[in-house]
Design a protein around this ligand. Structure first.
Ligand SMILES: [Zn+2]
Length: 54
């Protein structure tokens, strides 16, 4: 299964398709080579899980 991630580079913001097995990994943007961290689940924030309640 593939899903889309968006390049964090403000001047690029290209959507790229990544595959399931790339979840939790960092992939380079095809256009600008910016490292894109792939979220582990749909809608999940990448990595950061604050233990503090909010
Ligand atoms: Zn990019």
């Amino acid at each position: 299964m593939v899903f889309a991630v968006r390049c964090p580079n403000p001047s690029c913001q290209k959507f790229m398709l990544v595959e399931d097995h790339q979840k939790g990994k960092v992939v380079p943007c095809l256009l600008c080579k910016t490292a894109i961290r792939v979220a582990k689940g749909p809608g999940d924030p990448p990595e950061k899980k604050s233990p503090a309640k909010k």
